[in-house]
Design a protein around this ligand. Structure first.
Ligand code: PLP
Length: 360
């Protein structure tokens, strides 16, 4: 069949949208046995106790639309963080809230400042609305260069993303430095403190608390997620805590019914399992320290306060990822820069360490 007509007209800047490079899916094949994914910062456990039951019960009502405001989950989160329900914004994963905040704040040409390397979604959500990403290189120790980020803020800056601990490099922003930055930034610039790995940071030592800072700074939005420590990455639910004004803006730019009923029920049930969540997180953190001690005999690994670590292998990053794949482990390579490895099952962590030991 011949299709006739003009081609449809897309935005002329569509090519500027960087595609999201997802962590490689494990492809089990009979020959090499079980394949482990250390590519997407998931934890190696299933949902917390009782969560699957809550999901199953809610799934029986899947012919109904979800409660558009997810009242029950919002109330549980407000109670958890001791804020009002109007200070909680839910999202289809916290990545959706990253998108909503830029959509709410930026016109074409406005600037969004963030560190680089950092979370890959930041340039995507920035370009999506025609705003301009301003990427500030990390310090030599792979942490955010906050002084340089402060200098990058101009009249046109609407949003700053801080990622703590930073994905993919690992370091956190110490509380005092975070507070100093917030005190220094114009209060009409919205500062997003992305704390996707907060629970791991808390288990690792003194950690910043973006949620607590929202009480003192009306321009701060703290992001948390159920995808990492709570083990619900497949369900897509995250949230933000901020002033009522910011939350109202986020609700305006949200896709209606973005949080499905099964995910909301899983969130509520997960919050009742705080102790077990913390136990699992502590296990991951202990394993991370064990793995890092060995890895550091071979390469300089930056401090990590999350459930992953960064191997700054530069030009050999892609090659290292290939070696890992050969032994049945997927990791996340950033060609020319480094490799991010999640802390997973001990057998998988061991395989990576063995590859590292043999890596010329
Ligand atoms: C994983 C991650 C998120 C959130 O992911 P969702 O699954 O969308 O909640 C947000 N920020 C960073 C830095 C992450 O690594």
């Amino acid at each position: 069949m011949v299709i006739v007509g003009d081609s449809v007209r897309f935005r002329d800047d569509l090519h500027l949208l960087p595609g999201y490079q997802a962590g490689k899916r494990p492809q089990p094949d009979g020959a090499s046995g079980e394949v482990y994914s250390l590519a997407s910062n998931e934890i190696p456990y299933g949902p917390l106790p009782g969560v699957l039951d809550a999901m199953t019960n809610r799934a029986a009502h899947s012919h109904r639309y979800p409660d558009p405001a997810s009242v029950e989950l919002v109330a549980a989160l407000a109670a958890r963080h001791d804020v009002s329900v109007d200070q909680i914004a839910l999202g289809t994963g916290s990545v959706a809230i990253c998108q909503q905040v830029v959509a709410a704040a930026c016109h074409v040409g406005d600037e969004v400042v963030f560190a680089w390397r950092s979370f890959e979604a930041y340039p995507i959500v920035t370009r999506l609305v025609g705003a301009v990403p301003v990427q500030v290189p990390n310090a030599p120790d792979h942490s955010h260069d906050l002084a340089a980020m402060r200098r990058a803020i101009t009249e046109r800056t609407k949003v700053v993303f801080l990622c703590t601990p930073n994905n993919p490099t690992g370091p956190l922003i110490p509380q005092a430095e975070l507070v100093g930055f917030l005190n220094d930034v114009p209060s009409n610039v919205l500062v997003v403190v992305d704390e996707a790995y907060h629970e791991f940071a808390v288990a690792s030592g003194p950690a910043p608390d973006g949620v607590a800072l929202t009480g003192e700074h009306s321009n701060v939005l703290a992001l948390r997620t159920f995808s990492k420590a709570y083990g619900l990455a497949g369900l897509r639910v995250g949230y933000g805590v901020a002033s009522e004004q910011i939350v109202a803006a986020l609700r305006r730019t949200a896709l209606p019914f973005g949080v499905n009923s099964v995910a909301a029920a899983a969130g509520v049930a997960s919050l009742k399992q705080q102790a077990e969540m913390e136990r699992r997180v502590a296990e991951v953190v202990a394993e991370r320290e064990r793995v890092l001690a060995v890895a550091r005999e071979r390469v300089e690994v930056p401090q990590s306060a999350a459930n992953f670590y960064w191997l700054p292998l530069g030009e050999r990053a892609a090659e290292f990822a290939e070696r890992c794949e050969e032994v049945g482990v997927t990791v996340r390579a950033f060609p020319g820069e480094g490799v991010r490895v999640s802390v997973g099952e001990p057998i998988a962590n061991e395989r990576v360490l063995r590859v590292l030991a043999d890596f010329g």
